[in-house]
Design a protein around this ligand. Sequence first.
Ligand SMILES: Cc1ncc(C[n+]2csc(CCOP(=O)(O)OP(=O)(O)O)c2C)c(N)n1
Ligand SMILES: [Mg+2]
Length: 616
Amino acid sequence: MGKTIRLTMAQAVAHFLNAQKTIIDGKTVPIFAGVWGIFGHGNVAGMGEALYQVREELPTLRAHNEQGMAHAAVAFAKASFRQRFMACTTSIGPGALNMVTAAGVAHVNRLPVLFLPGDIFANRIPDPVLQQIEDFGDGTVSVNDAFRCVSRYFDRITRPEQIISALKRAMQVLTDPVDCGPVTLSLCQDVQAEAYDYPASLFEERVWATRRPRPDTDELAAAIETLRKARTPLIIAGGGVLYSQATAELQAFAETHGIPVAVTQAGKSAIADDHPLCMGSVGVTGTSAANAFAEEADVILAVGTRLQDFTTGSWALFKNGGVTMIGLNTAPFDAAKHDSQPLVADAREGLKLLSQALGGWSAPSASTQTANSRKGEWMAAANRATAPTNADLPSDAQVIGAVQRSIGGENSVLVCAAGGLPGELHKLWQAKKPGGYHMEYGFSCMGYEIAGALGVKLARPEADVVVMVGDGSYMMMNSELSTSIMLGQKLTIIVLDNRGYGCINRLQMGTGGANFNNLLKDSMIAVMPDIDFRAHAESMGAVAVKVSSIADLETAIEQSKGNDRTSVIVIDTDPLITTEEGGHWWDVAVPEVSPRSEVNKARIAYVKARAAQALG
Ligand SMILES: Cc1ncc(C[n+]2csc(CCOP(=O)(O)OP(=O)(O)O)c2C)c(N)n1
Ligand SMILES: [Mg+2]
């Protein structure tokens, strides 16, 4: 038997995490940038003691809300293009469950995060412990079973030696481009503290690299044949292009073969928005230019995208009956969606090999000319929407224009997640550099914005991290604003206060519903809320101002650049105005029967629109 080291299970976890490395820009760095932790009885004595031992090399960061810290970890992984990540430790019960929503965010977006919730006693002696639920019929159930559906790999550690294989499996999943997603190792409280003679080899430095699967010869040949026949091809670029760091190859591919590119929410910034072949956002929140190409495309090369309904217009966007979709994706699950012709491969390798094989082939030159004119028309519409105004209540688009002009340069990362802003930003934001647009639109999780921005800042300390957040999302979760100040990580946060859930209110109106329970004014209220976001942000330590015009907003953003800490700028906006141009229908089921004539009317339009959906 080889050399062993006697450690508790929790100490083994801490030392193991500390030994995992990766190479970034030629330098070996820890693959875990740190561990977020909120302690309780379920982890303070075990994981808490263990993390203290390694705190110099593997920092522990204290947060204010478990969901918030987990959002920060998710965002860190996304902003690091999945090359580095973080772990999150909590107590049992509510602390653990608070992370489940964030695990969902990581799962949907295919982002690596290691969740380490504490769990009930494996020996069951003190049962039921504080915060333990009791299942009458199943003694093995704890709240952490809720992580199963939002984990790529879930394990419950009931004996100290189980952690040996669990940790190795965790690393495989976290670093695998196909499996990539959240891992939950549920650490029973008593087992965290139990000692075991672990093999010393477990704690030896291990350097991880990104695997880049090459395509199958036949799949590649088939894709080439399809592309060569294309008359009106379109590339749809998703987040996979960024994670594969294939942005240069994407641009070269588009230029060499004269194919316009449309981007999903996760794929925006994979090609600069001002590139002549970038048609901008596609789908429900798409530009008129990208959607026109999508509607008539005979071949769509879908690179690194999950093809969620916002991208496909609930599968009603692609109107060319003979369209063939080539699914270039590392995950066979995504590559084959909707009868796509699969091309299972890493995006960078796939694009390179496709391009080599296509040689001098390019799409009919009409494509490039049409791209120019469609883009010109779209940009004129976008400029009208974002132009400054003196209106009492500006639109989201006008605020976006001001933010772009004052802080939306090459060095900025724009962070957003939910509300009306994602649609407007997808259409209107001009992303300059890969990763400069950070939208969480897989889960579109309200409350991600500020916590997520903190994770982005930790990953990209040199960047100007700018958050645009609605009043609803701000109210749902803002506690990591204080953490950003505590950690000295400056964010610039723009709060758009339209006094309610503006986008859902508009959706409600669009589906024939009465204005009900979305805007504060339409909700059950004894006293109309008048929330002072500026004062709130200031009370958390931010430099906070409220502005009342677009001009003042631009001045305030300029001034905030000199601030030494997180700055919050609040502006009242109009809940009803959105950018009319572009966009596409999506499937939101309208009631089949209703006493409201508006609903009946909306239902007729809905049934008609559904006829365009392709059944895949
Ligand atoms: C956690 C969570 N709960 C509910 C929703 C559904 N939802 C999407 S946007 C939205 C309203 C957002 O309000 P706000 O942040 O003020 O943005 P606005 O719509 O006003 O632009 C709601 C309730 C969600 N996406 N996430
Ligand atoms: Mg709002």
